[in-house]
Design a protein. Structure first.
Length: 82
């Protein structure tokens, strides 16, 4: 996933779109865990709150769900929603 800070699109939306792309192409199959907020923030060198905002957007859309104490996972039917 690459971010372009010079784009008009906010970074959190770029993160959400990058995760959606990964789900759509099968990099993150349904039922599997996606990288954590911390992993993404370290990899992309951005604030964890920004990553969390992008992930929460996907939770609201029903694409990801949270398992408390474990992490974020791809919902069943997420590819169809995307």
């Amino acid at each position: 996933m690459k971010l372009d800070p010079s784009m008009e699109t906010p970074i959190y939306l770029q993160i959400a779109a990058g995760l959606e792309d990964g789900i759509f192409i099968g990099a993150y199959p349904e039922g599997t865990q996606v990288p954590s907020t911390t992993e993404l923030s370290v990899t992309l060198q951005i604030n964890p709150a920004t990553v969390l905002k992008g992930i929460n957007l996907l939770v609201e859309e029903g694409i990801l769900f949270k398992k408390r104490g474990v992490g974020m996972f791809v919902c069943e039917g997420a590819q169809e929603k995307i």
